[in-house]
Write a protein that binds this ligand. Structure first.
Ligand code: FAD
Ligand code: NAD
Length: 468
């Protein structure tokens, strides 16, 4: 095994793997270091298993809206078995083979920066090895759940996204702290799979607070229909769990405490940089690695350090981490050749990223919310439309509820943000992503005729509502 490579990547999640792929395609040699499983958090404890758990719940919602169809009880062991299959039963040999086929060198162990262009790899048996990079070191170590300092909370060893996505049984009574994406998706998954009581504690006034307000409102209606209890303007102030894994008591600012069999904390993430050797190159341990639009770390001299994916804090989404990784791999290869194409830049930025929340209703958004667009000084006009009154949506089932909103930059007559909330809207989002990213003028968008009778007819309705 060589000790020197053009590029060394630390972390073999979706972001790290894609850097290696692009750098090698660009003619460079590469090594990647992974301490747990190649494929990263996304493949084993986040995106993939969470969607496998949500799929039957989503489908059950669809079936319940179609008269003439009925669904028996969900076979939970079968759902969990399929979830295990989707995560390859926590076996990463297929991913490792893919990395080797790139070809890139795979090192199993913890990687730490050890001064400029040097990475120290510590294997599980304690064996150490130092490898060096001729061109670049790329950090792709992802993020870990952030646990609030609420008294008793850490000691209660609550579930985080890691445990809930790997659950081997469904708790009878579940309390969820947080109103973001993980909280919403996993509350619905656990409740749909049989939790008898699910209570979600949100410290603000609504779910999904970074999205258009109607997203959280429609989701809250769906929670209420399903019997999920949503409590806003509240938080856990103290937690007790005398027996490890036993009953847990969650004390609230007022009223009686909640008793549960499990507690899920879904209060955001922090970058996985606590033990990464950042301080050996002048950066602060435990912080986000700030990067420019080419993914190059801004706080390090000589431009040899890059960071992609969750670790740079731009957009905590797999597809955005992979986008950054493609840019990063191409940029490193181009810089090694001495040329740099201007297109190799993050043109999207974090806040504008497309995102689908896989709840029922699905919540899909790209670009800016109305509030963010106004804050950015854009002269904004918005149009909203009831998705349920689009024929294609109505045909999906009785009681289809949904809404769409477009945020228009009036000076440029282009869309700067679109949100769809409703069942079966996930795959509709990419049409909005194209319109927003390519800045398609509304007068041209008008000629993109949606097919009848599909949910995509919402485009026609939105443009008509705008006045076209
Ligand atoms: C429950 C949940 C559901 C999600 N669902 C979605 C979704 O549906 N769609 C979506 O786009 N995003 C989703 N996300 C977000 C998504 O998981 C992350 O944005 C994505 O995993 C980030 O990819 P990454 O490569 O940056 O990091 P990760 O996937 O976290 O991979 C980082 C890798 O680095 C390794 N590592 C860390 N430190 C070291 C070290 N020092 N040495 C060696 N290896 C190291 C880790 O073991 C890990 O394998 C979800 C997140 C959660 C928590
Ligand atoms: N479908 C998807 O795309 C998907 C699914 C899951 C996760 N993710 C990504 O993973 C990331 C992490 O998700 P998340 O839900 O953990 O984070 P989040 O940032 O989406 O939500 C965090 C929630 O916790 C609350 N909170 C924060 N600190 C708190 C505290 N001390 N006490 C009580 N509440 C507190 C916030 O108000 C918010 O409601 C997200 O940024 C998201 O992009 C994406």
């Amino acid at each position: 095994m060589a000790d020197e490579f053009d590029v060394i990547v630390i972390g073999a999640g979706p972001a790290g793997e894609n850097v290696v792929d692009r750098a090698v395609r660009g003619g460079l040699t590469a090594a990647i270091v992974e301490e747990r499983l190649a494929g990263g958090e996304c493949a084993y404890w986040a995106c993939v298993p969470s969607k496998a758990l949500l799929r039957p719940v989503d489908l059950a919602g669809e079936v319940s809206r179609v008269p003439g169809l009925s669904l028996g009880p969900i076979d939970v062991p079968a759902v969990l078995a399929r979830r295990d299959e989707t995560v390859s039963n926590f076996d990463d040999s297929g991913q490792v083979r893919w990395i080797e086929s790139v070809p890139a060198e795979f090192f199993r162990g913890r990687g730490r920066i050890d001064g400029p262009r040097r990475v120290r790899v510590t294997a599980e048996d304690g064996g150490e090895r130092v490898i060096t990079a001729r061109q670049a070191v790329v950090l792709a170590t992802g993020s870990v759940p952030a646990i609030p300092r609420t008294p008793g909370l850490a000691e209660a060893r609550p579930w985080t996204s890691h445990e809930v996505t790997a659950a081997t049984s469904i708790p009878e009574r579940l309390v969820v702290i947080g109103g973001g994406v993980v909280a919403c998706e996993m509350a619905q998954a656990m409740h749909g799979l049989g939790a008898r009581s699910t209570t979600v504690l949100v410290r603000g006034d609504r779910l999904l607070s970074r999205m258009e307000p109607f997203a959280g409102e429609l989701l809250a209606e769906s929670f209420a229909d399903a019997g999920i209890e949503l409590r806003t303007h509240t938080d856990a102030v103290r937690v007790e769990r005398p027996e490890p894994g036993g009953k847990v008591t969650v004390h609230l600012p007022e009223g009686p405490p909640l008793e549960a069999d499990e507690l899920l904390v879904a209060t955001g993430r922090r970058p996985a940089t606590g033990d990464l050797g950042l301080s050996t190159v002048g950066l602060a341990d435990g912080t986000i690695v700030e990067v420019d639009d080419s993914m190059r770390a801004t706080g390090v001299a000589d431009g040899w350090l890059y960071a992609v994916g969750d670790v740079n804090g731009r957009a905590l989404l797999t597809h955005m981490g992979k986008y950054q990784a493609r840019i990063c791999g191409d940029v490193i290869a181009a810089r090694a050749r001495g040329d740099e194409l201007p297109a190799m830049r993050d043109l999207v930025g974090g806040a504008r990223s497309p995102q689908v929340v896989f709840t029922d209703p699905q919540v899909c958004a790209v670009g800016l919310t109305e509030e963010a667009a106004r804050a950015a000084g854009i002269r904004v006009r918005t149009v909203e439309y009831d998705l349920g009154s689009v024929t294609g949506a109505y045909l999906m089932g009785d009681g289809y509820r949904g809404k769409a909103k477009a945020v228009v930059d009036e000076d440029r007559r282009i869309l700067v943000g679109v949100t769809f909330v409703g069942p079966a809207t996930a795959d509709l989002l990419h049409s909005a992503t194209i319109a927003v990213t390519a800045e398609v003028p509304l007068d041209l968008l008008w000629h993109a005729v949606p097919t009848f009778p599909t949910v995509s007819e919402i485009w026609l309705r939105l443009l008509e509502a705008y006045g076209l």
